[in-house]
Every structure is written in C-alpha cells, then in structure tokens.
Design a protein around this ligand. Structure first.
Ligand code: HEC
Ligand code: HEC
Length: 667
C-alpha cells in the first residue's frame, strides 16, 4: 500500500493534495453550522449517481416517457428506491440550499472578499432550481405536464424576450414532444454540466478564502480532518437516511399518463414553489398581471440578494443588518405563504376532490399497465381513455348528473350544491336530484325497488319542475301524459300488489322474480342462480303466484318481458308500455339513452333528453354504458363513497332548493 502511494505521490503529488484538502485550518473548532455546503455537494453526488441509473432505463418521448418511468417504478429491480432517492434528494437539495443561503447571509459570509463566491452561489442556486423544474416534466404524467405548462406560460410573459424564451424552452410553438426532449437535454446535459463547472469554481474560491468563522473563541482551533469531516459525514448520513426513509415509506408518485385532452384540476407546482403560486393568487398581485408577480417581483428580490455584498460594503454594519433582516423576512414570507397555500388546499373541497381523482387515475393507470393487456402500442395515454371505469364517471358527471345522481353524488364523488348567493354565509344547500339515482341501476336492489316500492323508487322525479307543472295542469283538468311515480298504472299496480308480494307465501317467488330481472340486466361480474332465474321468468310471464296475486303477470302489460333486446329495435309493435325486453342490459341502456322518447320506452311520457351521436359519440356511449353495467377489468381502486345518506340528511335538514330543471333539460 505504502509503495503504491509513494509511486502515485512521485508522479502526481497525491500526498500534498490530500494534505491541502484535509488539513485546512478551522479556527474556533468544528461546528455543525458549517455542514450545509457539504450536504449540498453530497446530495448532488447522490443525484448524479441515481440520475445515471434512471437514465439507463428512461426514454424521453411522449410515447415512452411515462411508460419507461412506469417500468422503473414498478418493474425494475430496486427501481422504486432509486427513483424515490432521486425524487426526494432533489427536494432536499432545495431545502438545504435555502438553509445554506440564510446561513451565509447571517454569518456575513457574502461580504468582501467573498462577493464573487456569493454570486457563484446564486448562479448555482438558479441551476438547481432549473434542474428541479426540468425534472418535474420528465415522467410525462398529468402532474408534471400541467404544472410545467404553467411554468412555460410564465416564461412567455417575460418582458421583451418572453415569446422567444418560451419557444426556445418549449421547442416550438407547441407544448409537447419537443418540450420533453429539450427539458431532458437540459436536465441530464446542460444543467448538470454547468453545475459541475460552477461548483468547482465555488469550491476553489471558497478554499482560497477559507471558512467564515462565526466565533473564533468558540473552541480551540482544529483542522478540517478529522473533526469537521466527521460532522459533515454525520450530516450527510442524516440526509441520506431521511431521503431513503421517504423513498421506502412514501414511494414517489407517478400520476396518470399526460393527456392534453383531460384537464387536470389538481395541478400544483412542487411544494417548494407553492409560495410563489400562492403569491400570484393574491388579488392585488393578479390585478397587476402575471409579468409583475412572476417575473418582476422575484427578479427584484433576487436583485436585492445579489447586491447584498455591495449593500454591506456601502453601509457597513447597518448594511449587514439590513441584509440579515431581509433574508429573515423572505424566509418567514416563504414559510408563511407555503403554509397558507397548503392550508387552503386542505380546506378546499373542490381541490381535494380533484386530488382524490388524480390519485385514483394514477392507481388505475398503473393497474391497467400491469394487467394482462399491458400497455397498448399506441401508448399509455390510451389506457385511461379506453377505460370505462375511468371515463364512465366523467361522462355521467358531464351529461347525466344535472338530473340523476350516482349513489347520491355526481358520478365523481361530489355532492352537487347550489350556487352560493353573493355574500351568503356557510355551505350552499344540496341541489335536489330530479331523476332516479342510478348508482345501483340494474342490480337486484334496483329491481326490488321497482317491484316492491315503485313510488319510492322514482321519488326524485317529483322534484322536477315539469313534474309539479304536470300535476298542476292535471288538477286543472288538462289531459297530461307524464311519468308519475305517485300514481300511474305501474305505481297503482305495484302498490296494489305489494302486500301479497311481500307476504310470507310469496317470499320465495319474489326472490325468484328479482333474480330473473337482475339476470335480464345481466351486469358483469355477477352470478345468477339458473333455477331461480327460470322460476322468476315464469312468474313474470305467467303470473303463477300464490294468493291474490295468482294470474297477474308483468307480461299482462309489458308483453316483451323475457325476450332479449332486439338488434334493430323499432316501435311497430309498441304496446304503450315500456319494453321489458332485456331491461337494464347494455343493449337496452344504449337504446334508451339514444331514444328515451321512443314508444317502446316512455313515448309521450318521456322527459329525458334524447342523446344523439352529436351529444354523445358512439365511443363515449359505449364507455358510459359499460361503466353502468360493470363491464370493465376488475379493479382494486375503491369506488367513490356512497353519499346517499349525506344527501338525504342534508335534505331532511330542509336546506335544499329546487334544481334548475329547465337549464338541466337543455343539456
Ligand atoms: C333533464 C334531466 C335528465 C338528464 C340530463 C338525464 N336523464 Fe335519465 N331520466 C330522466 C327522467 C325524467 C327519467 C324518467 C323517464 C323518462 O322521463 O324518460 C329518466 C330515466 C332514465 C333511465 C331509466 C330508468 C328506468 O328504469 O326507468 C335511465 C337508465 C337514465 N335515465 C339514464 C340517463 C343517463 C345515462 C343520462 C346521461 C347520459 C341521463 N339519463 C340524463 C331525466 C334525465
Ligand atoms: C298494469 C300494467 C303493468 C303491469 C302489470 C306491470 N307494469 Fe311495469 N310499467 C307499467 C307502466 C305503464 C310503466 C310506465 C311507467 C309509468 O307510467 O308509471 C311501467 C314501467 C315499468 C318499469 C320502468 C320501465 C323503464 O323503461 O324504465 C319497469 C322496470 C317495470 N315497469 C317492471 C315491471 C315488472 C317487473 C312487472 C311485473 C312484476 C310490471 N312492471 C308490471 C305498467 C305495468
């Protein structure tokens, strides 16, 4: 060993170099307050190592970025740890940098003769922020895609050169594939290379002037090795432990594949930019424009920081006092705004709903990608686009929730509320549904509701404006045809029959009828008992009930009950009663949504808008119906919680108002 070192020393002077590096004098003794710079160098090294590992599996293009990050996160050996380390170390670097800056200012380490090094530090800070900004986009997921778009839009409002800067960063006029490749080139090439260069300068210059000693009399002088090195090593280890713990306990999220067609309401920048995001939302700041808030103010603040050495030089101790006051003020402001933004988000139910949906989409996308069909050749973005479980709720919320509800909510988990009047205090009342809650459509529950308590089953309809109007007009003696859960042929028939239907002697028969009706709807992922179904079919058609019910049958009115829904339905044989052929099945449902006003359905009683292909494309109709009938690949993602109880409780409190039925009907 000694021979080897001698050999090396002879040729490159290694001993002198080591001595120079390690025996730097530390006046006043080793101190914890000097460790920040070292932890930054350490996290940067960690980023370089994990970065290269990620790079070896990452593929930057709009069709492969998410896919390769998915591979890293969920398939590659140790991939999730490596990505987690990179993800959290990046955040640690920003925090450490902020601490380093504050520490440099309060210790006066920026003052002459260290001005140049202070400026080098500011350049380094900009590079690190650039790295985190560019890195956020690389997974090409919803979160990064939309947050980064906000940033490139901010670039465009830079005075004079804005448009050019944006085009340059974006790689053209459009935000897309070339943005990704450019950001990757910056993130893995230009920025780290500049960081290395400026870091080398920074350390060289630092060595030239040595530590800025905080308090020379703190302890006896020592040397860098071993005292300070030990403290630095402990600090670096602490950072590593924290980052590793986070990577293991809270794996970095990969949200759903970026989809320019799906607005992402939960978009937020990385948490350490939240303060700026919140600042931009102050009304006064908004009024002064984005250029003011996002470019001029931060520019001025950076300017003030950059001239700190000059301030201190001109004003002496008072200047140093001003600088310290300013940096503390900034730190407090950043912390306060971050806390405010987080607190507001936590209490914003719309944001929370959007966030919940984004986690749900993320989980579902990963579930589908790792499912038997894997990722389709046209890219992961079509995973969710073609998934009824993801699209169904959105289509329902968009087209149907103005009248119907899904387990009390709008399909996407939110209760619908009235618009709050200006100056009103407290939560807005729930908006009443004006048509059936379809959360259990086609299930045994649904069928049971129809045959045993028809009026109750369709009770929401009675809230509709048209319903009250029709009741009024009938009372005035006018002939009005409308669906009347409180008193139509069906309502009267079921209410007349309920007692014997629910009687002991028919309990087996009722069960069979329900089984038959549910099997006609035949929703996916359910099993039916064939013997029961057959018995139920006979009851529905022949009416071989026990007791008073004997001889009454559904087929007495609904003549097509028990038949499959026809391929090309027409109204030539319409009986005036809604068709029960394949009632509740996907084919029936598609036909009903397209033509609720056909005579085979509700005819002149209909009040639901007919959805032509210009309102709802065939593909969307298919997704909606497959979701309603449970026809999608099984999922571990929890359904939105049932809100019926809350809705009912809210209604019982008398806090609701009439839904705008007219506006809804225009949908
Ligand atoms: C303007 C209010 C309104 C909108 C919007 C609306 N519906 Fe309806 N829907 C009704 C009414 C009222 C009925 C009761 C029957 C009728 O009037 O045809 C109904 C009935 C239904 C039924 C039949 C329930 C049964 O067994 O009788 C289904 C299924 C249905 N709607 C699905 C949908 C779907 C899916 C959408 C969205 C694409 C939708 N509706 C949009 C008002 C609406
Ligand atoms: C006396 C005639 C009559 C009998 C018997 C009858 N229904 Fe009906 N049914 C109607 C009418 C009429 C409607 C249309 C709704 C209305 O006007 O209230 C209807 C509506 C329905 C609907 C809603 C249809 C839709 O398109 O959404 C279902 C489901 C239904 N009936 C099932 C049954 C079942 C099951 C039976 C047997 C247990 C039955 N009905 C027996 C007359 C009848």
């Amino acid at each position: 060993m000694k021979m080897l070192i001698d050999w090396m020393d002879d040729r490159v002077g290694i001993r002198g170099m080591l001595h120079e590096a390690l025996y730097e004098r530390v006046p006043g003794g080793a101190r914890w307050r000097y460790v920040w710079g070292s932890t930054l160098v350490f996290t940067f090294l960690l980023q370089v190592i994990t970065g290269f590992m990620l790079w070896s599996a990452y593929s930057p293009s709009t069709r492969t970025a998410w896919e390769s990050v998915y591979f890293i996160q969920h398939e590659m050996f140790l991939g999730s740890i490596i990505r987690g380390l990179h993800h959290y170390a990046a955040q640690a670097m920003v925090v450490l940098m902020a601490i380093h800056l504050v520490q440099v200012v309060i210790d006066g380490a920026y003052k002459a003769p260290r001005e140049v090094n202070f400026w080098l530090g500011i350049v380094l800070m900009m590079i690190v922020l650039g790295l985190s900004l560019t890195g956020y986009l690389l997974p090409w997921d919803q979160k990064g895609y939309y947050a980064t778009q906000v940033t490139t839009n901010i670039m465009s409002v830079t005075p004079i050169v804005g448009a050019e800067v944006q085009t340059l960063a974006q790689g053209g006029n459009e935000y897309g594939h070339l943005t990704l490749t450019r950001f990757f080139a910056m993130h893995a090439g230009l920025l780290p290379a500049s960081l290395v260069a400026f870091l080398a300068l920074h350390i060289m210059v630092f060595r030239r002037h040595g530590l800025t000693v905080h308090d020379e009399k703190h302890a006896p002088d020592t040397t860098f090795w071993p005292d300070q090195v030990l403290k630095d090593a402990v600090a670096c280890l602490a950072v590593l432990t924290a980052v590793l713990a986070l990577a293991v306990l809270r794996p970095a999220e990969l949200s759903a594949p970026a989809d320019p067609a799906v607005k992402f309401d939960a978009a937020r920048p990385e948490w350490y930019f939240l303060f700026l995001f919140r600042f931009l939302r102050f009304q006064a700041v908004e009024a002064l424009g984005l250029t003011f808030g996002a470019i001029i103010v931060p520019g001025v603040i950076m300017g003030i920081i950059a001239v700190m050495p000059i301030t201190a030089r001109l004003l002496g101790n008072f200047g140093h006092f001003l600088n310290r006051a300013f940096i503390w003020l900034m730190a407090a402001g950043v912390v306060a705004l971050t806390v405010l933004a987080a607190w507001e988000d936590a209490n914003d139910s719309d944001h929370q709903a959007a966030l919940a949906e984004s986690h749900r989409d993320a989980k579902r996308a990963i579930e589908l990608a790792s499912g038997p069909d894997r990722i389709p050749v046209d890219g992961a973005v079509s995973l969710l686009r073609r998934d009824p479980f993801t699209q169904g709720p959105r289509l329902f919320a968009q087209h149907c929730s103005s009248c119907h509800r899904w387990n009390g909510h709008d399909g996407r988990g939110s209760l619908i509320r009235d618009a709050v009047a200006d100056g009103a205090i407290g939560e807005a009342p729930y908006t009443l549904p004006v048509a059936a809650d379809l959360g259990n459509f086609g299930s045994r529950d649904w069928m049971n509701g129809i045959v045993t308590d028809y009026s109750e089953h369709f009770r929401w309809i009675q809230n509709a404006g048209w319903y009250q109007d029709a009741v009024q007009r009938s009372a005035d003696g006018e002939e009005v045809e409308f669906l009347n859960p409180a008193g139509s042929e069906m309502a009267d028939w079921t209410s007349g029959m309920t007692e014997s239907l629910l009687a002991e002697e028919n309990s087996g028969n009722l069960k069979a009828l329900i089984e038959f009706l549910a099997s006609e709807a035949g929703h996916a992922q359910q099993e039916f008992d064939p013997a029961l179904v057959e018995l139920g079919r006979q009851l529905a058609i022949d009416g071989n009930w026990a007791g008073d019910l004997e001889g009454t049958s559904c087929a007495g009115c609904h003549d097509t009950i028990g038949e499959p829904f026809p391929e090309t339905p027409d109204d030539s044989n319409a009986s005036g009663y809604p068709t029960m052929a394949g009632y509740g099945s996907a084919a029936w449902l598609k036909d009903f949504i397209r033509h609720p006003d056909a005579d085979r359905h509700y005819g002149s009683r209909n009040r639901m808008p007919a959805y032509g292909s210009d309102q709802l494309t065939d593909a969307d109709l298919d997704l909606l119906v497959r979701w309603m009938t449970g026809d999608y690949s099984p999922t571990e993602v929890a359904d939105y919680p049932n809100q019926l109880a809350r809705l009912n409780a809210g209604l019982a409190g008398g806090t609701t108002t009439e839904a705008p039925a007219a506006a809804a009907a225009e949908e």
